[in-house]
Design a protein around this ligand. Structure first.
Ligand SMILES: Cc1cc2nc3c(=O)[nH]c(=O)nc-3n(C[C@H](O)[C@H](O)[C@H](O)COP(=O)(O)O)c2cc1C
Length: 180
């Protein structure tokens, strides 16, 4: 199946990117087609809440890089949301992207499977991000194939030696390419 990983971390080569790469490695080995989109390199403004998209077949009134991401998502079977914790939540880059996915709120999403990858300095900081993700999955009938949270990521590259990184690889590897 086609998998898109939305990486919300602005730090290139950082812990979240390492996690995203590891998920991609596992799921590619399982036979899936995987694309990682680094959101921080894109121009994606916040949603205006104008509902233009609702009366224009999902087209957004704002002309920025979200259009190409929506096109990719329209061909995607499984979306992976990956983010470091910033102030007890996902990053603004990922939140803006999710808000702009409202453009598919009326006409519907192509994918119905998702996963969540989070990392942070401290432990016990995931409640808000997990609650938001689970509520979205429930509201939109997305089936979550898994969630992995990796704390103690203090330095850039701490992830390289994190024992839980194996869980991320295993989750990727568990994605059956025929099961979309
Ligand atoms: C602006 C900012 C806010 C952060 N807020 C938190 C936080 O609330 N709780 C926490 O445990 N770590 C927090 N961190 C630490 C990061 O989540 C952690 O270092 C993560 O591994 C960084 O991922 P990256 O290497 O992809 O940038 C914060 C870091 C930054 C830069």
């Amino acid at each position: 199946m086609k998998i898109t990983i939305l990486n919300g971390s602005p730090r290139r080569g950082g812990n979240t990117e390492i996690m995203a790469n590891e998920f991609a490695r596992g799921s590619q080995e399982a036979g899936n087609e995987v694309q990682i989109i680094n959101l921080a390199g894109k121009k994606i403004a916040g949603c205006l809440g104008c509902h233009y998209c609702f009366s224009h077949n999902g087209e957004c009134v704002q002309k920025d890089d979200m259009a190409e991401i929506l096109e990719v998502l329209d061909e995607t079977d499984l979306v992976v949301f990956a983010s470091p914790i910033y102030w007890f939540d996902i990053t603004g880059q990922l939140k803006c992207t999710i808000d702009r996915m409202y453009a598919r709120g009326k006409i519907g999403f192509n994918f119905n499977k998702t996963a969540l990858l989070l990392d942070s300095g401290a432990s016990g900081v995931y409640n808000a991000a997990l609650a938001q993700y689970k509520a979205m999955c429930s509201y939109l009938n997305w089936q979550s194939v898994g969630e992995v949270c990796i704390p103690a990521m203090i330095e850039k590259g701490s992830m390289k030696t994190a024992p839980k990184l194996q869980e991320v690889y295993n989750l990727g590897k568990s994605i059956n390419p025929e099961n979309n």
